[in-house]
Design a protein around this ligand. Structure first.
Ligand code: ADP
Length: 940
């Protein structure tokens, strides 16, 4: 779509009150409809206003121009000086979706009165305000990802990273309401992990966004919506929760009346209510008044689906920061930003979930793995049962395949926007409760889910029965023409319908009688949507039309007429139809109200069904790919036999080379493994697959390995690849060091750290020194965790071979691994096999040749390399032992000449030690000669 430049003259501002004095009488903006428009625009100044006029939504003034620029919608003029852009009402959702994606907020202003009943301007009201975080409409949401709204509230004064922040999250489409206690530092990661798309926060007294809120929003890269500060007051928060949940005390939700988190909880609830509730209407003079709503088929949003707030206990989940999620490509790949090729993609292929709830839950489980042994083992147990019992699995899956997106249907019922199809889908889904329970009835591992399904059974059965008995199986998309309620359910409806179905008979008889009476054998009685009932005669017979026939329409070859009798019949049928539709709408509303009464049961059913689906998906993937159940322990160990990369093993199929990992075990006590090897050998793959296996194990999934023993992990840290953070004004090296600093400060004895090429972003000497110090720090002292002196489990891939001497210097703490390579006829063959020990070859020139560098450049590089190697030979044995670098000292090796410029020559040390007064002149001369020689010929 091209964004066309507008040639429209600058419009007058719509913000001016049309009623202000001084405006010329015949101002084109001073019509009743435009006065209404301005009134709504005043109510929603920050929104693009979709103003319903007949079959179109129209935008005016700046909105029209913005719409034209953003989506290329044709810009016209309503009258001169009033720019206008319109979209057909039935296509509005598509435009709204694209506007929201571009960061617009949209207010939809509908006609809430039948134009036929309007005296003057038709009654309108804003029925929906759509913002990124408050979407509930199916067409505006991806079904495999949750979409959350968050409110943040800083609980301490000051701007410290550890300042406490309360986060209240609502997933508007399902009603999940969560409170999280966080810190300013951890908040962005929390928000990103949960797919928050909009954050509301308090404005400062001068209406600005406070600096610390701005920083948090920028770190999370999520748009913010400022709200008045009073909405974040504790008392307001408590009052909002009391009022909505109709409770006198919040104790039942585990919240004290003065819980600091109520500030955020109240604000998020208030905002959601505001966006979902219809506003007051505005009449043709621009005055506000309550909506009569008499003729609207819109049901009031009750937000009945909103669940009471649940505080998420700290420490129940393994912490993965946003950097790590991105670097490990859990949800999407870095390059294509796509689930295909990411860890999530593994669970979307064969064995994928059957329900949207399952799909969303798998995503959530992968992004927020568990940190509690018993809960992890419960998931493993369920997945194991299903991998061993194919019948139970297929029974479960066949029941799940009939379950629709119940969680979001509950949401649409709660906001009064459920469609007939939602209701029918709900009935069909709830009816599966019995089948789901039956499928897992013999599976001990599923006893929790079994008892939950049983406790829901009575209500789900009843609701399913009522819905399925009342509604047809294939309902229409909307109720404009009826067709949802079965025959025989309601007498009044049946009677109204009988009239309509008798119409055919009556018309046939009427046609026969007219034909006979007037001897017009080609006369036909018919119906069309626009003109209603008619009598049609071929043009050639038009002159024989009796006088009682009134001409209604002229076609090319025919004339159409109406008679008083036919008109009367038409009115009777129409009023019967109107009655039938009205009746259906009432019955539909009753059913929705009934469902709303049991919404907590519906949400609970959605939760259990989603869980069963996610577990079935884990089992399917495990079986299809030969994954194993990991053994979880509480020791700080990690032992993986023949581990594979979950994504690459599929891409490379049989060619993937499995590898072992052993950290912190009895046989291999070192917790830090240094992995050296040439580029392209497979170092990154190895360390990433280890982190992914640990993550999968904690998510409750099986893992791609022959066996795995995983000691519980509290956090996974990564420092891999140079991610582009130029947007934040940081250089690649700065990002690398910031992430490394974060790891050094926060890794504990229970953490898993993977580091790829730390120190690459700066000069070799700097880089080597930093890599050295970082490895040493991780393997020995733990600065931040002085009270907890154990080291994290670390995989450290590096091209600085010098680091491998840490193995000798920190015995038992560091182990060397390398990736095996075979040299063959001046070529290298990557074996991708990890083996103990070090390597001292980089094979950079070989890799460059593989990458297609011109032969001339390769030959020259070889020349340069060999001359450098010769000149470095003399460096071997530089006496670095006396340099005082502690606690471990860099080794003597060829490349350590790099350190020379920073290391004192040993001669200096010896000179310092000389006690001149104790030397004879001859001794002094001998010493001087020795030192001179040593200075000239080092490393002797
Ligand atoms: P490095 O980090 O050492 O530069 P990578 O881990 O990026 O190397 O691996 C380079 C390529 O080698 C990968 O894209 C993959 O195609 C292949 N590779 C890596 N590990 C394996 C393995 N275990 N089995 C088979 N191929 C592998």
């Amino acid at each position: 779509m091209t964004v066309k430049e507008t040639t429209n003259p600058k419009p007058a501002s719509p913000s001016g009150d049309p009623d202000t004095a001084g405006r010329p009488k015949r101002d084109p903006r001073d019509t009743p409809a435009m006065r209404q428009y301005f009134g709504f625009k005043r109510q929603h100044p920050d929104c693009m206003l979709f103003f319903r006029m007949g079959d179109f939504y129209e935008m005016f003034f700046e909105d029209a121009i913005a719409m034209h620029k953003a989506l290329g919608v044709t810009l016209t003029q309503r009258t001169e000086g009033v720019p206008m852009a319109g979209v057909p009402h039935h296509a509005a959702e598509g435009y709204i979706r694209r506007l929201i994606a571009q960061g617009f907020r949209v207010a939809v202003c509908d006609q809430i009165q039948d134009p036929k009943d309007a005296k003057g301007v038709v009654e309108r009201a804003v029925t929906r305000v759509l913002t990124p975080g408050t979407l509930v409409d199916e067409s505006l949401l991806a079904d495999d990802a949750s979409n959350c709204l968050a409110a943040i509230s800083f609980l301490d004064a000051g701007d410290e990273p550890e300042c406490r922040v309360a986060i209240a999250l609502i997933e508007a489409s399902t009603g999940a309401f969560t409170i999280i206690d966080s810190s300013a530092r951890a908040a962005p990661d929390e928000l990103i992990r949960r797919n928050v798309t909009e954050i509301i926060h308090a404005e400062s007294a001068d209406g600005q966004t406070p600096a610390r809120a701005t920083r948090l929003l920028e770190a999370a890269r999520i748009p913010g919506t400022p709200r008045p500060a009073w909405e974040f007051r504790l008392a307001e928060g408590a009052a909002a929760l009391h009022a909505h949940f109709r409770v006198g005390s919040l104790a039942g939700f585990g919240l004290a009346e003065d819980d600091p988190a109520l500030s955020a909880a109240g604000a998020v609830l208030r905002y959601l209510l505001e966006t979902q509730s219809p506003g007051v209407t505005i009449d043709g003079s621009g005055q506000e008044r309550p909506a009569s709503d008499a003729n609207s088929d819109r049901r009031q949003p009750t937000l009945a689906h909103l669940q009471p707030p649940r505080r998420e206990p700290v420490g129940h989940h393994l912490m993965i920061d946003a950097t790590t999620l991105r670097a490990l490509e859990v949800e999407r790949t870095i390059r294509a930003s796509d689930a295909d090729g990411a860890l999530l993609g593994v669970f979307s292929g064969r064995g994928a979930c059957k329900t949207p709830m399952g799909r969303r839950l798998v995503r959530d489980w992968l992004c927020r793995p568990l940190a509690q042994l018993d809960r992890i083992e419960a998931r493993h147990g369920c997945a194991a049962t299903l991998t061993q019992d194919a019948r139970t699995l297929s029974h479960l899956e066949s029941a799940l395949s009939h379950v629709q997106d119940v969680a979001r249907i509950a949401g649409r019922i709660g906001v009064g926007r459920a469609a007939p199809r939602d209701l029918v889908a709900l009935g069909g889904s709830l009816a599966q409760n019995r089948e789901l329970a039956k499928a897992i009835s013999n599976a001990l591992a599923f006893s929790d889910q079994q008892s939950q399904l049983q406790s829901l059974h009575a209500v789900t059965e009843e609701l399913a029965h009522i819905i399925n008995k009342t509604c047809v199986e294939n309902p229409p998309a909307h109720l404009r023409e009826g067709g949802l309620i079965r025959d025989g359910v309601d007498r009044a409806l049946d009677e109204a319908r009988a009239l309509r179905s008798d119409a055919g008979k009556w018309l046939a008889e009427y046609q026969a009688s007219l034909t006979a009476e007037h001897n017009l054998p080609n006369l036909k009685v018919g119906f069309n949507r626009v003109f209603g009932y008619y009598i049609e005669l071929p043009r050639a017979q038009a002159d024989r039309a009796p006088s009682a026939f009134t001409r209604k329409q002229t076609l090319k070859n025919a004339e159409r007429y109406i008679t008083p009798e036919l008109k009367e019949f038409e009115q009777k049928v129409q009023s019967a139809e109107g009655r039938a539709i009205e009746r259906e709408q009432r019955l539909f509303a009753d059913l929705c109200a009934k469902a709303a009464d049991h919404i907590s049961t519906i949400s609970a059913f959605a939760q259990v069904a989603g869980e069963l689906d996610a577990l079935a998906c884990f089992a399917r993937v495990a079986s299809a790919r030969g994954w194993v159940k990991p053994e979880m322990t509480s020791a700080p160990e990690l032992e993986i036999r023949e581990g594979r990369h979950p994504v690459l093993e599929d891409t490379l199929s049989g060619d993937f080379v499995p590898n072992d990992v052993e950290l912190g075990t009895a046989e291999s006590p070192a917790r830090l493994a240094l992995i050296t090897g040439p580029n392209m050998a497979g170092k990154s793959t190895y360390i990433r697959q280890t982190a992914l296996i640990a993550l999968l194990a904690h998510a409750g999934s099986f893992v791609p390995a022959k066996s795995a023993r995983v000691g519980m992990i509290d956090r996974i840290f990564t420092r891999v690849g140079a991610e582009d953070a130029l947007h934040a004004g940081q250089s690649t090296f700065m990002v690398e060091m910031t992430e490394t600093a974060n790891i050094l400060r926060h890794a504990t004895g229970a953490s898993l750290v993977i580091l790829d090429e730390v120190g690459r972003g700066t000069s070799t000497l700097d880089g080597l020194s930093l890599a050295w110090a970082v490895a040493e720090e991780l393997a020995t002292v733990r600065a931040a965790a002085a009270h907890q002196p154990s080291c994290p489990r670390v995989l450290f891939a590096t091209h600085y071979h010098e680091l491998t001497s840490l193995e000798e210097q920190l015995p038992g703490s560091v182990a060397n691994l390398h990736v095996a390579v075979r040299e063959w006829n001046d070529e290298i063959v990557f074996l991708h096999r990890i083996a103990p020990g070090r390597t001292d070859q980089s094979y950079g020139v070989h890799v460059a040749r593989l990458a297609g560098l011109p032969d001339r450049v390769i030959a020259r590089a070889r020349e340069v390399l060999s001359s450098l190697a010769v000149s470095h030979e003399g460096d071997i044995g530089v006496g670095v032992a006396a340099t005082g670098v502690a606690p471990s000292t860099p080794p003597a090796s060829a490349q350590l000449s790099l350190f020379r410029e920073y290391i004192e020559h040993p001669v200096v040390e010896r000179l310092r030690a000389v006690e001149l007064e104790k030397l004879t002149a001859l001794e002094a001369f001998d010493l001087l000669r020795a030192l001179t020689e040593e200075a000239e010929h080092p490393a002797e």
